[in-house]
Ligand binder design. Structure first.
Ligand code: ATP
Ligand code: MG
Length: 329
């Protein structure tokens, strides 16, 4: 079977350099590999409290960032999760095939609910992996490119597919998570033991930061004792993170990046990493702004939802028939 690739981003906050390196930068390569379905996971963004205007603006941003990153709307369906109703319909069916025990073991749920009172945790946050599994199987996706944080959810989706297919025959396509070899987990610049994350922004570089801010953030990134620029996640997490960022942006290996910086001191090293980020983000932001101003993302999203619905509705029908729901038309 040709590759069917599904990937999404939640409009929960300002996109970070982590999202850029983890997902957006790979877009051109991904489009060459197979048929891509790319969505803005706006229903997932509702699983934590969010201001309506912020949610709308974040969704505009993500659509525009995807297009600025080179997404070709003729080859790829780019759509809003909430505009393809099959996601919610399949979710209503699939919630019966994932269990409370396994959902409560999910790291994302544990992390995101840790600071909340139980009485304030929405059911949607707990049931998040059900909707995510529905997102994936709807498109018969066999490849799901993710950063490290979403691996566990794809594994759970695989369990669901096994369970469902054992019971009803070969109805659902088995997906596989795919993680970048380097850059799957860009760390916070202020605490390199924590993931750079848009919903918990500490030490993030945002894709909308101005260039002076970008430079300032890189220059004040937490580094480690010593003076050698060497990759060592345990002893030098800060330096390793900056090396990873540089290597990903320049499309080289960590070893090549280390070699490049072999005679550098931390200060000059940071300056060059900052320049690499600026070189990447400056033209990217310009393209983004043109797309936002022209509102061209609206037509793309509308057409994307139409294309995605065609595929998703077929899967939904297949599932409905398999579980015994009567079809009247
Ligand atoms: P949130 O805090 O809301 O979970 P997030 O920054 O983790 O936000 P997601 O919407 O969960 O972003 O993920 C979008 C995509 O970006 C996913 O494929 C995810 O694995 C990837 N990603 C997220 N953070 C990073 C990171 N720090 N490094 C590399 N990839 C990342
Ligand atoms: Mg995340």
């Amino acid at each position: 079977m040709a590759e069917r690739i599904l990937t999404g981003i939640k409009p929960t906050g300002q996109l970070t350099l982590g999202n850029y390196i983890g997902v957006l930068k790979n877009l051109p390569k991904m489009m060459d590999r197979g048929e891509c379905f790319i969505f803005i996971a706006d229903l997932h963004a509702l699983t934590l409290p969010i201001d309506p205007e912020v949610l709308r603006q974040n969704s505009v941003d993500i659509a525009s960032f995807y297009l600025a990153a080179g997404l070709d709307p003729k080859r790829v369906a780019l759509f809003l999760q909430s505009e393809v109703s099959a996601h919610s319909e399949l979710n209503a069916i699939m919630q019966n095939y994932l269990y409370m025990g396994e959902l409560s073991r999910m790291t994302q749920f544990k992390e995101k609910s840790a600071k909340m009172k139980e009485s304030g945790i929405g059911l949607g946050l707990f049931a998040y992996p059900v909707l995510m599994a529905s997102d994936i199987v709807l498109y018969d996706a066999n490849i799901v490119p993710v950063g490290e944080d979403q691996i566990q959810h794809v594994e759970l989706t695989r369990d669901l597919v096994n369970r469902f297919n054992q019971r009803y025959g070969n109805v659902l396509q088995m997906p596989k998570a795919e993680m970048r070899k380097i850059g799957a987990r860009i760390m916070s610049l202020s605490d390199p033991t924590k993931k750079m994350s848009k919903s918990d922004p500490k030490g993030d570089i945002f894709l909308k930061d101005d260039m002076a801010t970008v430079r300032k953030k890189v220059m004040s990134a937490v580094t480690d004792s010593g003076s050698e620029v060497k990759y060592d996640e345990e002893k030098k997490p800060g330096i390793s993170n900056l090396l990873t960022i540089y290597a990903c942006l320049k499309d080289i290996t960590i070893a090549e990046a280390e070699k490049h910086f072999v005679d550098y001191r931390y200060g000059d090293f940071k300056k060059e990493v900052a320049q690499a980020v600026v070189d990447e983000l400056e033209p990217f932001q310009k393209r983004y702004q043109e797309i936002v101003d022209s509102k061209s993302y609206l037509e793309v999203l509308k057409e994307g939802a139409r294309k995605a619905s065609e595929v998703a509705n077929k899967t939904l029908l297949r599932v409905k028939k398999a579980v015994g729901l009567l079809i009247s038309k």
